[in-house]
Design a protein around this ligand. Sequence first.
Ligand SMILES: Cc1cc2nc3c(=O)[nH]c(=O)nc-3n(C[C@H](O)[C@H](O)[C@H](O)COP(=O)(O)O)c2cc1C
Length: 221
Amino acid sequence: MDVLEALNSRYTCRAFKPDPLDRDILLKIMENATRSPSWANTQPWEIYIAGGYVLESIRKGYIESFKSDVPTDPDIPFMSDWPVQHQERMKELGIKLYKHLGISKEDKDAIEASWKLNFKLFGAPIVIYLCMHETLSEWSMFDLGSLSQSIMLAAQEYGIDSAPAVNLVAYPKIIRKEIEISDELCIVLGIALGYKDNESSQNTFRSNRRPLNEVVRLNGI
Ligand SMILES: Cc1cc2nc3c(=O)[nH]c(=O)nc-3n(C[C@H](O)[C@H](O)[C@H](O)COP(=O)(O)O)c2cc1C
């Protein structure tokens, strides 16, 4: 798969088959992805990968917490006061996704079931937790972002789908119960990996993008 094909075919997969991933392929993905650039090659990422019984314990904890309305407590607080235009894009995403899924805004149960997929870890057999030291700045966060995309594109090469999600790290205490992650590290983002469930309409949804002439300003070209 060439890079442009990988860029254009990647999407957030929100329903995975339980089929496990090959350990060697997983390591190949990580070997290639960690070629990502970082500030002065600081490589600030600390990576923890959960699968098998470890991930099942995390999943169980997440589902229970979701059911009991346990407040989320991510290491990096979720942002609530987004600027208006960003709020509008988020709203548009929700409206289009639910329309695609055939869910009306009055159907609270269906909305909750769709939302719950996050806390079922999308049914994925693998979740990669990207962490960095708590003393680091936005610059290292930038490096983790770059690594994230590399992981997802490298996965594409092996026909493996992905979902980057803050909800995967919404309950860090549950993750830390199953995986020894120092309190000095922030668990920044989770990336679910696996093979898409072809039966789920979650996976035929494609988000749009702002028009190029709105986001790219050419000067002197
Ligand atoms: C940092 C980050 C956090 C995200 N968190 C979630 C999440 O918690 N749940 C979810 O369903 N999608 C999540 N997404 C996926 C975005 O909604 C998705 O990337 C966006 O709508 C564009 O769609 P696409 O990835 O299918 O192209 C996240 C993406 C990023 C980059």
